[in-house]
Design a protein around this ligand. Structure first.
Ligand code: DGL
Length: 271
């Protein structure tokens, strides 16, 4: 048994997709979430900058004596986590591996679509992880840099002309390429899964990296006797690096619970 909390981080709201799944699977676990809202988006920045931010994010979460961390950010998982994870005394899990394993296992025609930030697509990491599972799989990738700022600004609802126009522009070529599986390779994207799913059509399976990674971690903790003693009542503390207001409102909407008062603003300058 291990009652220490689990750390989860992202550049902003996207990592809440992992938090939501973790809380469903392991309702007794305490979670500490960090959203780097003062520096979002990560995906258009250089690798060196993303490495620096990743190190600070994990160091901050380690100050809560966590037992494991989920890098619930596709960009970090593909671009910086391998460089940084070894510097910390706790296991660090990235969302990309779990998503790649899932996509390779569900595709029937071997054509996997991949959408992500510019940094994630440029890294080639998802392809590497998919080909480790299925060397013959064809991966059709597309960077969707406008999705993260739109989601962070609350443009997440069906019928919103801006997000729907942008989504059609990004996704129609993938649909025409005949993919039967689509990795939502940035954790912000499942927040607009309804819009994405409608454009791709019901024959395309959407893979949610945050949810897949949460499932993987739950299994690992169970196998290693690392679960908390509690079966319910886990608490989640939220920290952000910019003002709490916008984050609280959108996070409450996404998690379907009122987080006002549970979100605190912090500075990572000393980490
Ligand atoms: N949720 C992050 C990801 O999964 C967004 C990255 C960004 O801030 O650009 O890639």
């Amino acid at each position: 048994m291990d009652n220490r909390p689990i750390g989860v981080f992202d550049s902003g709201l996207g990592g809440l997709t992992a938090v939501k799944k973790l809380s469903q699977l392991l309702p007794g676990e305490d979670i500490v979430y960090f959203g780097d809202t003062g520096r979002v988006p990560y995906g258009s920045r250089s690798r060196e900058t993303i490495i620096k931010y990743t190190r600070q994010d994990i160091a901050f979460l380690c100050s809560f004596n966590i037992k494991a961390v989920i890098a619930a950010c596709g960009t970090v998982s593909t671009t910086s986590l391998d460089d940084v994870a070894g510097d910390f005394p706790i296991p660090c899990f990235g969302v990309a591996r779990a998503a790649a394993v899932k996509a390779a296992s569900v595709t029937k025609n071997g054509k996997i679509g991949l959408i992500g930030t510019t940094a994630s697509i440029k890294s080639g990491k998802y392809e590497e992880l998919i080909h480790a599972c299925d060397p013959k799989a064809e991966v059709v990738g597309r960077a969707c840099p406008l999705f993260v700022p739109l989601v962070e600004n609350g443009r997440i609802h069906k019928g919103d002309a801006v997000i729907e126009t942008v989504a059609r522009e990004y996704l129609l070529p993938l649909r025409e390429a005949g993919v039967d599986t689509l990795i939502l390779g940035c954790t912000h994207y499942p927040i607009i899964a309804g819009i994405i799913g409608e454009i791709m059509g019901c024959g395309v399976t959407l893979v949610d990296p945050g949810a897949e990674c949460a499932q993987f971690l739950a299994q690992r903790l169970a196998e290693s006797d690392g679960l908390s003693e509690k079966n319910a009542g886990g608490r989640c503390a939220y920290y952000v690096s910019d003002s709490t207001e916008g984050f609280s409102r959108l996070a409450s909407l996404f998690l379907d619970s009122d987080l006002a008062g549970d979100v605190k603003q912090v500075s990572l300058d000393t980490f």
